[in-house]
Write a protein that binds this ligand. Structure first.
Ligand code: SF4
Length: 61
């Protein structure tokens, strides 16, 4: 499974997204039933409210 993360721009100054990587590594939460390997292929910002740039970021993952 390939996963791209689009993170909140409002929190990027103090949140490095560490928990995102840990949850995926440990296959917790939404990933707990995933049996295949998970590859994180991108980590980008939504671009700020109202998140319109998130679509552009997703296209480049
Ligand atoms: S749209 Fe605003 S609140 Fe939502 S993720 Fe982006 S910066 Fe955060």
């Amino acid at each position: 499974m390939k996963v791209g993360i689009i993170r909140c721009m409002q929190t990027e100054d103090y949140c490095p997204g560490s928990t995102d990587f840990k949850v995926i590594r440990d296959k917790k939460g939404a990933f707990e039933n995933v049996e295949e390997d998970i590859d994180i292929i991108g980590f980008t910002s939504c671009g700020g409210c109202p998140g319109k740039k998130a679509v552009y970021g997703q296209e480049n993952l």
